[in-house]
Design a protein around this ligand. Structure first.
Ligand code: SAM
Ligand code: GLN
Length: 305
């Protein structure tokens, strides 16, 4: 039997926890979570993203309301999810969504979390495509669609286009289908290896952000990416170049005239991928474009004007 002294202390502890839960203010919980994250070498600002999600407040409102106490439910939810952050899980998986090109995408561990660099691929493809294709009802394929970020945002920005999106992973396609419905984008999803599901016709635009990290680079990657994101979305054979070699081999007979291809690349892969596409399409204009950080990030390959 528990001694009455121990019972008394246990009750006091419970009362203390309830009191903290009832009185912890937004900024107090934020400070506590941020400093715990920092001590573990994790990103402290993810606590704020989590708080915005839990309180359903925008960043601006959150700052004006920092002195508000959390409700007991908010407090419980915040700390349950903060525990996942402290285990190194990416904040986007913890809250289950990420925004991309101004649209919201559901994400889970079946899909890569869409990256801001990839928004630049969508932007660049739209910009070039609009100049090249006055007939707007073009055929577009996104190979390795993951969450559907590229396909869905392209379709939203160019509603007359017919967009097909593929992935080898059925788990990824399930999330991508959900994201297409959630964003009211009509997309034809197909499961299969690289160009296999799109080989029965020709295309005006092909987009792809394939896996491109060399296996040897794994040791330099952060645990948040390496331990949580699907390796089938990250790593590629042949020092990360496998998928570009396959695309350069398979795409020439599948492209219309004119055509545009846009692929995201790793920042050291510019010269190698440029050569692969220039060799495969000798008369095309191939350009290597840098991302906002000045790193080689996208290869565009298109018919010369
Ligand atoms: N397009 C998404 C984006 O930009 O956020 C996801 C890109 S992720 C780097 C690469 C995707 O390619 C993953 O969803 C993965 O499942 C898919 N993939 C891997 N191998 C593939 C293959 N052989 N054929 C088709 N898709 C593949
Ligand atoms: N940009 C991603 C990363 O650095 C990799 C995406 C990819 O392999 N296509 O984690």
């Amino acid at each position: 039997m528990m001694s009455s002294m121990r019972l008394l202390w246990k009750n006091r502890l419970i009362a203390l926890k309830v009191w903290i839960a009832m009185t912890e203010k937004i900024y107090e919980a934020l400070q506590r979570a941020s400093s715990l994250l920092e001590k573990k070498g994790l990103e402290p600002h993810t606590a704020q993203m989590l708080m915005e999600f839990i309180t359903k407040k925008s960043r601006a409102t959150l700052f004006s309301d920092v002195r508000e106490p959390l409700t007991e439910k908010q407090h419980q939810d915040f700390w349950a999810k903060a525990t996942e952050l402290l285990e190194g899980k990416p904040v986007q998986y913890v809250i289950g969504e990420e925004s991309f090109y101004g649209y919201t995408f559901k994400v889970d561990d079946n899909v890569l979390i869409p990256r801001p660099e990839t928004e630049e691929l969508v932007y660049g493809a739209l910009e070039r495509g609009r100049k090249m294709f006055p007939n707007k009802s073009i055929a577009v394929a996104d190979i390795g669609t993951g969450s559907g970020a590229i396909a869905v945002s392209f379709k939203k920005e160019w509603p007359e286009s017919h967009v097909t999106a593929t992935d080898i992973s059925e788990g990824a396609l399930e999330i991508a289908r959900h994201n297409a419905v959630m964003n009211d984008a009509d997309i034809d999803f197909r499961q299969g290896d690289m160009t296999a599901p799109i080989a029965q016709r020709k295309w005006d635009i092909v987009l792809s952000n394939p896996p491109y990290i060399a296996h040897a680079e794994a040791e330099m990657m952060s645990g948040t990416v390496l331990d949580h994101e699907p390796h089938s979305a990250l790593f590629a054979k042949e020092e990360g170049l496998y998928f570009y070699r396959k695309l350069a081999e398979d795409l020439p007979p599948l492209m219309n005239n004119p055509f545009l291809i846009a692929v995201e690349i790793g920042y050291l892969q510019g010269p190698a991928v440029h050569k692969l596409f220039q060799d495969a399409f000798p008369t095309a204009y191939v350009e290597t474009v840098q991302d906002i950080n000045g790193k080689d990030r996208i290869i565009f390959c298109k018919t010369c004007e």
